[in-house]
Design a binder for this molecule. Structure first.
Ligand SMILES: Cc1cc2nc3c(=O)[nH]c(=O)nc-3n(C[C@H](O)[C@H](O)[C@H](O)COP(=O)(O)OP(=O)(O)OC[C@H]3O[C@@H](n4cnc5c(N)ncnc54)[C@H](O)[C@@H]3O)c2cc1C
Length: 523
């Protein structure tokens, strides 16, 4: 292969071209590639060196005395180190207290680990998990990154944005690892087969085992756990439909089985017959549709899980608020032993990074370019209008993001639109494209005349991977550091399934390569 490339680059006779031009073009491309590679390696190395490297004695001292003198400064241990640890049990540090971090903590506690969570805010679920659509449907798939969507997104930079619910913002180019995300999206999400494969992978994250549901049910976490009316799950065989029916029955979630596209359309009152939808339906053929009319608040669920962890595992669980992870602490064998935070070092045996798209800042410290970009979405709330006593799923399509209007105990929540962009918080979310789109569509479709200032409006960032499949993986080269991030539009729906897969990856299962970060190129 290398010989072929060189032959192409240096040959002067095979094509009828000016030899000098071909040679210099080749040199230019090769030079640029080597330059980019070199720059990237240099950056990775610099990031890696910004970690803290301690000797075994220093680490021991830190654990015993809570303080040491390092090369150029004094290092302190975080006070959380001495809280709630059962001796002889491994300690896992979960970084990030969103829905993903707290569900991961719950799973690990139930497996017998000591768990410490680090959260930068003073409450759990302070970012994306606080401002979403509150729709829980683990078996629902809708990859945001598909060929059609990528083409729409690019077209919509130039065409009328009011005709779409999905677009690129050019400031995405300022986002770290956006180029890696883009290249990987083109390589992994541009064919029909890729869309089907990515849907299958999403579906598997949603699939909870019957045993897991049996174990989770007594926790009361699923109580009142209902699902948006009209949500669809697709399956390729009767066996799979039935397996899912068993789970829904165990959870007490009403549903019906549908056999044709027409039946689905009747239910959603939307025209679904686009070419990609038909292809998908022909591949999966069997569908379940959910018929309940209420939902669960993502933040409430996160808080109930936290309470459950605190009450049921008082000697195994601790959480440090207002603690922001910055760097890793490594021993001379390059094993990660702790995390440096603004309040001192948190020591641990294993580490799980659950920081949504911000996971890449920590991953970079371990020489990994994590391809997760923020896809901004808008969430708007107000008291539900009278007689508005239902959950609506409008504009239901299988290949473009839509918006949801849900009624949560009298509170109306509109959420949706996606803008791949960079991570700059909105100064005024209510004046932005996504919020205007959602409000206009909601008014048009329901005959209301609400104004923007009738709502509280927030925006937040979905953590989006190049194939819209979460990364549930070991960090290559660091056997005790893991990532559970990038759940896109389904963080709540997939939190239990993702925590389960992560725990198996941590225990050494090789079964989950579909979710490994190694599936990406140029990381
Ligand atoms: C408009 C919209 C609608 C959505 N609707 C739904 C829906 O209906 N159903 C559904 O299932 N999903 C939905 N989602 C997706 C879902 O919200 C996300 O996938 C999920 O919240 C991601 O959870 P997380 O725990 O990974 O991230 P986050 O909730 O963002 O949590 C990350 C946590 O890490 C903390 N943190 C960040 N940096 C640091 C640091 N350096 N040190 C320590 N802590 C740190 C943050 O404070 C935060 O608490 C929606 C998303 C959007 C934008």
């Amino acid at each position: 292969m290398i010989r072929k490339i060189l032959k192409f680059g240096f040959s002067t006779t095979t094509l009828n071209q000016e030899p000098k031009h071909r040679f210099s073009l080749f040199k230019l491309i090769a030079g640029a590639a080597i330059g980019v590679y070199g720059f990237d390696q240099g950056r990775k190395y610099r990031e890696y060196l910004s970690n803290i490297f301690l000797s075994k004695e220093q680490l021991n001292d830190l654990a015993l005395k809570n303080m040491i003198k390092s090369k150029d400064s004094q290092l302190i241990a975080h006070p959380i180190n001495s809280v709630n640890n059962i001796k002889n049990k491994e300690k896992v540090v979960v970084v990030g207290g969103g829905i993903i971090g707290i569900s991961q903590a719950l799973k690990l506690l139930r497996m017998g680990y000591n768990v410490t969570v680090i959260e930068q805010a003073n409450t759990v679920a302070s970012e994306c998990s606080a401002f979403n659509g509150n729709v829980f449907n683990p078996m629902y798939f809708l990859p945001l990154v598909t060929r059609d969507n990528l083409i729409y997104m690019i077209k919509n930079i130039f065409e009328k944005p009011e005709l779409t619910t999905v677009r690129f913002n050019m400031n995405a180019f300022l986002e770290d690892n956006f180029i890696q995300w883009g290249i990987n999206s083109l390589l992994l999400s541009m064919t029909d087969n890729a869309q089907i494969e990515n849907s299958r992978k999403q579906l598997r994250i949603g699939s909870l085992t019957l045993q897991d549901i049996e174990k989770l049910k007594p926790t009361g976490l699923f109580k009142g756990h209902l699902i948006a009316k009209g949500q669809l799950g697709f399956f390729a065989s009767d066996q799979k439909v039935n397996a899912y029916k068993d789970r829904l029955e165990l959870l007490g979630i009403p549903h019906i089985k549908v056999e044709s596209f027409e039946q689905i359309e009747q239910f959603t009152k939307t025209d679904l017959k686009t070419e990609p939808n038909l292809k998908l339906f022909n591949r999966f053929k069997k569908a379940l549709i959910l018929t309940t009319e209420s939902n669960l608040e993502t933040r409430d669920l996160t808080q109930s899980m936290l309470k459950y962890c605190q009450e049921n595992f008082p000697n195994q669980f601790a959480i440090a608020f207002q603690t922001s992870a910055q760097n890793f602490v490594l021993d001379p064998d390059k094993n990660v032993k702790g995390i440096q935070t603004n309040k001192g070092i948190v020591l641990g045996d294993r580490f799980v990074i659950c920081l949504a798209h911000k996971s890449k800042q920590l991953a970079q410290k371990l020489r990994l370019n994590l391809p997760i970009v923020p896809a901004k979405g808008w969430a708007m709330g107000r008291t539900a209008p009278e007689n508005f006593n239902q959950t609506l799923v409008k504009e239901f399509t299988l290949n473009t993001p839509n918006y949801f209007a849900t009624n949560l105990n009298g509170h109306l929540r509109l959420a949706g639109c996606a803008e791949v962009c960079n991570d700059t918080p909105s100064s005024d979310a209510s004046s932005e494209w996504g919020a205007i789109q959602i409000l206009n569509r909601f008014n048009e479709q329901n005959g209301f005349n609400f104004k923007m200032n009738d709502f509280t409006v927030r925006s937040c960032f979905r953590p989006l991977t190049p194939d819209d499949v979460a990364i549930i993986s070991e960090v290559p080269g660091f056997k005790n550091v893991f990532i559970n991030a990038g759940h896109g539009s389904r963080g709540m729906s997939y939190c239990f399934g993702a925590a389960d897969i992560m725990s198996q990856v941590m225990e050494g299962s090789k079964e989950f390569e579909d979710y490994s970060v190694k599936r990406y190129y140029f990381i």
